[in-house]
Design a protein around this ligand. Structure first.
Ligand SMILES: *[C@@H]1O[C@H](CO)[C@@H](O)[C@H](O)[C@H]1NC(C)=O
Ligand SMILES: *[C@@H]1O[C@H](CO)[C@@H](O)[C@H](O)[C@H]1NC(C)=O
Ligand SMILES: *[C@@H]1O[C@H](CO)[C@@H](O)[C@H](O)[C@H]1NC(C)=O
Ligand SMILES: *[C@@H]1O[C@H](CO)[C@@H](O)[C@H](O)[C@H]1NC(C)=O
Ligand SMILES: *[C@@H]1O[C@H](CO)[C@@H](O)[C@H](O)[C@H]1NC(C)=O
Length: 473
């Protein structure tokens, strides 16, 4: 019965896509018309921004309501949203949200270190969390998003500071290299080396290399890729698995696959491809990972978050409900710097958008499942980012939507190659006590579930890495 129902729904979805006027009242948009896409994107963007209350009295600028239990969203998702809004401006030229975006990105930047490690958010500060803010300011530099006033940190500086602090945390002591998930040793997940953290380091390295022309960034990106393959997080078929623990030398691989990790690697590979002017092995890697990602995460041409969006039910965390949007945005930007991917990626983004529209109400509220032909009632800031990210990507061929610039081709952002301040937040954390050790044992027994993003669990847990940090210092 359940299976029968699911199949029936899917048929309806396909039917709805094939006819001009769907049965349900859905958001109206003509995917052949850039003007119509822009109008619908404006509605969806406004709906997305209705989740943001950071500039209201008593609230914190830059963040979405949270972190839990204060609201559903972790700190990083604010950073991801501002990146989405930069793309929104870039694709549509609508400046409505630019002021909020610039204000937010600067407010959370942790001046004067400029490294997106503000002490408020230490408890959920993963390399991936910091990295999402980093990727958003990198995008600001690449799209010539309005530069901050000269007495404030500049986009490129901020991106370099994030990159520098992360590159400094590269840890050869365990698993032959790699970044850990969490930054403070006291966070659960400090003993986990995962693909998302390393994906972002790779991505930022590739983009900084192309933007600045400084090959050091590309060499670090290459080191990350080699490590990811060596440790088996990327397999020969270009599946990218979630991660493993330092106690097991990263061999206890959690095989869950998340779409945003693949999207972040594709974008990074496209920049390496462009930076090296099409040289191998980047070209083949880019082709292979793109193919695998479209096949795995876009069954029937529609984005599905495979690890948690199951046929029978959705078991995605708030974090995971936002991943589809990053994939769409990042693989679209990949097309700009690797034009030979255009006819591979754009048809899939188009069919995915067609499914997505069926999930939206006429007011621009969108659901999570895009292969059901109707609104599923699962709404949130992540779902709005997914919808917006996918829809606006279809504007990529519009004449005024320019490919990412570099310092040599119109970029105006000023950098600081040495930025970042003290990368080791660990040094300011309190020393380990006997009570902490007892607590750690209990938490280790509870175990860390191998899901990415920022887990709520705050604790005094630390793995072997916590000890070796103190030994080595
Ligand atoms: C940190 O938290 C304090 C207290 O809530 C708040 O006033 C401040 O704006 C926050 N800073 C950042 C960067 O979030
Ligand atoms: C740990 O893993 C790394 C990377 O896969 C490998 O080079 C190293 O030999 C492993 N060490 C041990 C003790 O197995
Ligand atoms: C290139 O980047 C590296 C790594 O961040 C930095 O140490 C070096 O100073 C940069 N070189 C120049 C010329 O900017
Ligand atoms: C690099 O990107 C530019 C757009 O900025 C594009 O015109 C060029 O074809 C790309 N190079 C390669 C090798 O794909
Ligand atoms: C970036 O471009 C500016 C102006 O064209 C130039 O002065 C500066 O040296 C360049 N920076 C780098 C890192 O190449």
């Amino acid at each position: 019965m359940v299976v029968g129902m699911a199949m029936w729904r899917r048929l309806c979805a396909l039917l709805a896509l094939s006819i001009a006027t769907p049965a349900q009242a859905a958001l109206e948009v003509d995917l052949q018309s850039p003007a119509s896409i822009r109008a619908a994107a404006k509605l969806i963007a406004k709906n997305l921004m209705s989740y943001y209350h950071g500039e209201e009295p008593g609230n914190t600028p830059g963040i979405l309501p949270g972190p839990p239990p204060g609201g559903p969203y972790y700190w990083w998702e604010g950073g991801a949203m501002w990146g989405t809004m930069i793309d929104y401006w870039h694709y549509t030229h609508d400046e409505t949200w630019n002021k909020n975006t610039q204000f937010a990105l600067l407010f959370q930047s942790n001046e004067p270190q400029n490294n997106y490690m503000p002490s408020n958010w230490t408890m959920s500060l993963g390399n991936d969390d910091q990295g999402f803010w980093g990727m958003s300011v990198m995008l600001a530099a690449e799209t010539i998003f309005p530069d901050p006033p000269p007495n404030r940190p500049q986009w490129l500086m901020l991106a370099q500071a994030v990159f520098n602090t992360q590159a400094h945390r590269w840890d050869d002591q365990h698993c032959g290299g790699g970044l850990r998930w969490q930054i403070p040793f006291a966070n659960t997940g400090y003993n986990y080396k995962n693909s998302i953290a390393n994906a972002i380091l790779f991505n930022m390295g590739a983009r900084l290399a192309r933007y600045t022309g400084n090959d050091t960034y590309a060499q670090i990106a290459e080191k990350v890729w080699d490590w990811m393959e060596g440790v088996g997080y990327i397999d020969k078929d270009y599946n990218i698995y979630d991660g493993g623990h330092v106690e097991a030398n990263c061999t206890d691989i959690d095989r869950a696959q998340f779409s945003y990790t693949a999207g972040i690697f594709i974008q990074g590979l496209a920049f390496m491809h462009n930076y090296t002017n099409g040289k191998e092995p980047w070209e083949s890697r880019l082709t292979a990972l793109s193919k695998r990602t479209l096949e795995f995460f876009f069954p029937e041409g529609i984005a599905v978050e495979m690890a948690c969006e199951l046929d029978s039910h959705v078991q995605c965390t708030t974090d995971m409900l936002s991943f589809k949007g990053y994939v769409a945005r990042f693989i679209a930007q990949a097309v700009h710097v690797a034009p030979n991917l255009h006819d591979v990626i754009m048809p899939v983004l188009r069919s995915s958008a067609a499914g997505m529209i069926q999930s939206c109400n006429p007011d621009g509220t969108c659901g999570f499942r895009w292969n059901r032909g109707a609104y599923d009632g699962l709404t949130g800031a992540g779902q709005q980012m997914n919808a917006l990210g996918t829809l606006m990507a279809l504007l990529i061929d519009e004449p005024k939507v320019i490919p990412p610039v570099t310092n040599a081709t119109g970029g105006t952002s000023v950098g600081d190659p040495a930025g970042g301040g003290d990368p080791s937040i660990e040094r300011v954390m309190k020393p380990i006590t006997t009570a902490d050790r007892a607590g750690a044992g209990i938490l280790t027994a509870v175990g860390l579930i191998g899901i990415t993003g920022t887990l709520a669990i705050m604790s005094t847990s630390f793995g072997e890495g916590g000890f070796s940090f103190f030994k080595s210092k």
